[in-house]
Design a protein around this ligand. Sequence first.
Ligand code: CAA
Ligand code: NAD
Length: 283
Amino acid sequence: MSIKKVMVIGAGQMGSGIAQVCAQAGFDVTLNDMKQEFFERGIGAISKNLSRDVEKGRRTEEEKRAILDRITMSLDLQDASNVDIVIEAAVENMEVKQSIFKRLDEIAPAHAILATNTSSLPITEIAAVTKRPAQVIGMHFMNPVPVMKLVEIIRGLATEDEVYESVEAMTRKLDKTPVEVNDFPGFVANRILLPMINEAIYTLYEGVATKEAIDDVMKLGMNHPMGPLTLADFIGLDTCLYIMETLHEGLGDSKYRPCPLLRKYVAAGWLGKKSGRGFYVYE
Ligand code: CAA
Ligand code: NAD
């Protein structure tokens, strides 16, 4: 199937990045969020990234303008009525995702693929609320989307080969590398990454070391580009907690229990970089 028109749901850090790379690759993009101010924040981030490319001589001002012109604002899911694929990047919550997919199934054309950028939730369970489970798939981008090469592509139980192949081809067109994985909680990326981050939070909680020391150990000792607590702030502590809860419930093993300190921070509204405070404070 030929994909030309893309709708991205959620103009947060992931949705805006996905919209940017789709528009850069020449797709027409409809970027949906619940409020105009959320869309504007997303398009502001895209514009800033593109301006940096212009400053560094990697693209011209005209190219930047053309990319921005390919992105249209949407505040209504009804705008999915003429797209070829929807990539959902709203909050990591099964109820929210299922309600979006149920509506999209009614609105999107029969041929359209419904993809989710979920970090950890079962694709099969999201697909089950639609009448087109064969056309539902996971398309898991990494943060920051414009920089990271990986897209995990996750087949639900019913995902058709043709749909997988279209999504794989689109991923390559975005200049990303697809990796196929099966539908288990956390897939591969977050099955491995999040328990490491959760353990770093336990290490802080139990007073083994300061946050700076924990991050330094992993940066200088393991060559990680960011320490795990900085990375948790970067991902969003709410998202980290949702992922740990999915691993804990979905795999039923106590080794995945979320650290109480993570729960406390999220309850306080300390969500990391996006809220201005997490393990660190941001200007
Ligand atoms: N958006 C767009 N571009 C960005 C960016 C952003 N948010 N942040 C950094 N960049 C670009 C910079 O512009 C710079 O590009 P150029 O050199 O080409 O100009 C490049 O990335 C490097 O940036 P910096 O020199 O400022 O900083 P850095 O070398 O420390 O790299 C980083 C920044 C790429 C984010 C790096 O720190 C890194 O790789 N961190 C780890 C990221 C990671 O682990 N991501 C996965 C998170 S888990 C996930 O995504 C899955 C999930 O479901 C939770
Ligand atoms: P975010 O909080 O930055 O953005 C979420 C956006 O979705 C917000 O702008 C919010 O207003 C919007 N939204 C919420 N409900 C909506 C609805 N019903 N309709 C339209 N828009 C809605 O979150 P994020 O970090 O961009 O994460 C989004 C998704 O991507 C989550 O499923 C997350 O697990 C996944 N993900 C996150 C990361 C990461 O590092 N943060 C990496 C990969 C995947």
